[in-house]
Design a protein around this ligand. Sequence first.
Ligand code: 5GP
Length: 139
Amino acid sequence: MSDTIFSKIIRGEIPCHKVYEDAHVLAFLDVNPLSPGHTLVIPKEPAVTVDALSDDASAAIGRVLPRISRAVLGATGASAFNILQNNGALAHQAVFHVHFHIIPKYDDGTGLGIGWKPQSFDHAAGKELAGKIAATLAK
Ligand code: 5GP
C-alpha cells in the first residue's frame, strides 16, 4: 500500500494528540472531530481495509478498543458512543490505513449522525447468501 498520513503519524513525522500506544496499536484524537473526544484507533500494520488486516493486528486492536472507549467516556463524561470503521472510498474512507473511530454522542446531538435505511428481507435469498458466506469462510 502507499504511504498515508497515518503511517507518518505512526513514525512520528507528523504530530498527533496521542492517547494510547503499544507495540501494535496507536490511538490519537481526530483532527476534525464530530464531537469532543473523537478518537482514532489504528493498527501499526499498514493494511488499507479491515478485511486485509492480519489476525494478530486485529486481535491487538480488539484487546484495547474497549479500554480506550472507557477512557474516552471517563474523560469526556459522555455516556454513549459509536464505533465507526469505514472501508473503501464508496464507504466514506478517506485515509487508506485501517482505523476505528470512537465517537462520543452527547445530549445536544453532537457525534455521529446515522442514515439507517433498512431494506426488506427475503428469507429464501438470505438463507442462500448466509450459506455462501459460511462456505467462503470455511475455505
Ligand atoms: P475516514 O473517513 O477515512 O474513516 O476518516 C479519516 C479520519 O481521519 C477523518 O475523521 C479525519 O478527520 C482524520 N484525519 C485525517 N488526517 C488527519 C491528521 O493528519 N491527523 C488526525 N489526527 N486526524 C486526521
